[in-house]
Design a protein around this ligand. Structure first.
Ligand SMILES: C=C(O[C@@H]1C=C(C(=O)O)C=C[C@H]1O)C(=O)O
Length: 376
């Protein structure tokens, strides 16, 4: 079958005619987009009048699924999804401007996740640590916050779990976002001149083989974040041209700070994914395919954890994630974090939570949210 790039199919119209057709379609498209936007403005009035949350991840999943199912190509699904995400971002601006907090500085992977999820029509606030993201959402300064919960290579993010321990009762997990983490070598010198490379120690570990093969003699310098590393590489090369300063960071950081992309996707395992939670003060509605996150502290007796896990087993509830942290109250007592498939309004989850409470010192439901189906 001929594809979009096939040489054998000759265009049926002249270039001018093709562009004329594109212009005609564009004017129809812009009219349709604005018709859609007028409906969104009405939805906004309804929401402001009733207190229904502006950002509705369950509805966004349904909208995306409908357009992806309706698309017959040749635009790839990823392009359709990116267009609709930006369209829905524009909707926020019409309904109520949203402020999204993330772990900064700008150009961090949290920033990348936030811009992929919320598009460019919202305002972003880069915060100094994960705890600040929780605080700004809890005090209503940010409508939503984005926090990393787990990386497929590095495991659970301790700062996020500890923040849930402290303020988990004041906020709700509202949505789940997964992004592919790709590392890139960025520098404003020639590839052959790179001598010093800045980044986070975890990032060096994830690119160890590539660095060993390409830059065995380079000095690796630890930075607090990969975005900060890109800023430093830029500043060093400006102050002292020829020093050979580079950084490993995101595309976005390179664009934001004006540092060139020398090599992309340099991580040893390209299947590197970070899962984030969108946190909010509101609870998300069921989408039909949801997860519920909860934390519980078991009683100090033999088999306490097994008893809890058996409740899930008997109820036929699938657990997709389990983690633990010291409870912070008494030495050697632990708080467990689990993600279970199902919404907290479903009877099987309600019954399981009721039973788990009889085996635990305390149980907190951190939120139910649509299960993320795509890696952004
Ligand atoms: C328009 C709405 O608000 C937002 C924008 C959406 C859209 O543009 O389709 C979908 C869900 C919401 O996040 C809605 O809730 O329907």
């Amino acid at each position: 079958m001929a594809d979009a790039h096939s040489e054998s199919t000759k265009p049926t119209l002249s270039l001018d005619d093709l562009r004329e057709r594109i212009d005609q379609l564009d004017s129809k498209l812009v009219e349709l987009l604005n018709d859609r936007a007028k409906l969104v403005v009405e939805v906004g009035k309804y929401k402001r009048g009733t207190g229904v949350p502006i950002y509705a991840p369950h509805r966004e999943q349904a909208v995306l699924q409908k357009v992806l199912d309706a698309s017959r190509g040749p635009l790839p699904a990823s392009a359709i999804e990116a267009i609709w995400r930006e369209l829905m971002s524009g909707s926020f601006a019409l309904e109520l401007p949203l402020r999204i907090g993330y772990l900064g500085p700008a150009g961090s992977f949290s920033h990348q996740a936030a811009s992929k999820q919320f598009g460019s029509s919202v305002s972003f606030e880069d915060l100094r640590d994960i705890r600040a993201v929780f605080n700004e959402v809890a005090r209503g300064h940010c409508n939503y916050g984005l926090v990393p919960i787990e990386n497929s290579i590095g495991g659970g993010i301790v700062e996020t779990l500890d923040a849930f321990l402290d303020v988990g009762r004041e906020i709700e997990i509202y949505a789940e976002v997964q992004i592919a983490i790709h590392h890139n070598l960025l520098a404003n010198c020639e590839p052959k001149d790179v001598k010093r490379i800045h980044s986070k120690p975890e990032v060096f570990a994830q690119c160890r083989h590539w660095l060993g093969a390409q830059y065995p003699g380079a000095e690796l310098i630890a930075a607090a974040s990969s975005a900060r590393a890109v800023q430093t590489a830029k500043a060093e090369e400006m102050l002292e041209p020829g020093r050979g300063s580079a950084a490993i960071g995101s595309h976005l950081a390179g664009q934001l700070y004006g540092v060139n992309l020398l090599f992309e996707t340099i991580e040893d395992d390209p299947n590197n994914i970070t899962r984030f939670f969108v946190i909010s003060k509101e609870a998300a509605q069921p989408s039909g395919d949801d997860k519920t996150s909860m934390m519980f502290t078991t009683q100090d007796k033999p088999g306490a954890l097994v008893e809890v896990l058996q409740v899930y087993e008997r109820a036929g509830i699938n657990l997709t994630h389990i983690d633990k942290r010291p409870s912070g109250r008494e030495n050697w007592t632990y708080t467990f974090f689990v993600d279970a498939v199902g919404h907290r309004e479903e009877k099987k989850i309600i019954d399981a939570i009721t039973e788990i409470k009889t085996h635990c010192k305390d149980v907190t439901v951190l939120g139910s949210y649509p299960r993320s189906k795509r890696i952004l």
